[in-house]
Write a protein of this length. Structure first.
Length: 157
């Protein structure tokens, strides 16, 4: 780039873009897993709350029944509460593990030398170019003079 401010700005933009792209690339699947687990966790919590409410209301209605059918129904509702709770706690555990995995998979970038606007022009050095082309012109002019005077100098065969 001709303008050093634009060059430094483009380098900074490219650096930020690549950093975000690599982070997204490395954590995209785990982020999708987290979203999926959050949805399942919400459903499991709702299922657990419903099962707990059903079991509690059953117990309130049937405090002093001695029928085996009523006891079996109570056990069934208790198992449903336990199953719902186990599912909920397992999903919560998996969700936390997925969040930890995202943290582990997120790469850390350290910029050793940030893009800076140059204070002085570094290339091309005009003095070196002028001396180089002057030397090349001298050599070329000597070669042309020798080529024109080839016959006069006695090198003809």
């Amino acid at each position: 780039m001709q303008d050093p401010v634009i060059a430094a700005t483009i380098v900074k933009y490219a650096q930020d873009y690549l950093t975000q792209y690599v982070i997204k690339y490395r954590t995209e699947k785990t982020q999708k897993d987290i979203k999926f687990l959050e949805e399942r966790l919400y459903e499991a919590k709702r299922r657990y709350d419903n099962a707990l409410f059903a079991y509690s209301s059953y117990q309130d209605r049937n405090k002093s029944l001695f029928l085996n059918i009523a006891k079996d129904e109570g056990k069934k509702l208790q198992y449903e509460v336990d199953l719902s709770y186990n599912l909920y706690s397992e999903l919560a555990k998996q969700l936390e593990e997925a969040k930890i995995k995202v943290h582990r998979e997120t790469p850390i970038f350290k910029v050793l030398e940030p893009a800076q606007i140059p204070v002085k022009k570094s290339e091309p050095k005009r003095s070196v170019m002028v001396l180089g082309f002057a030397f090349l012109g001298l050599i070329l002019s000597i070669f042309i003079v020798l080529a024109r005077n080839y016959k006069e100098l006695g090198f003809s065969g």
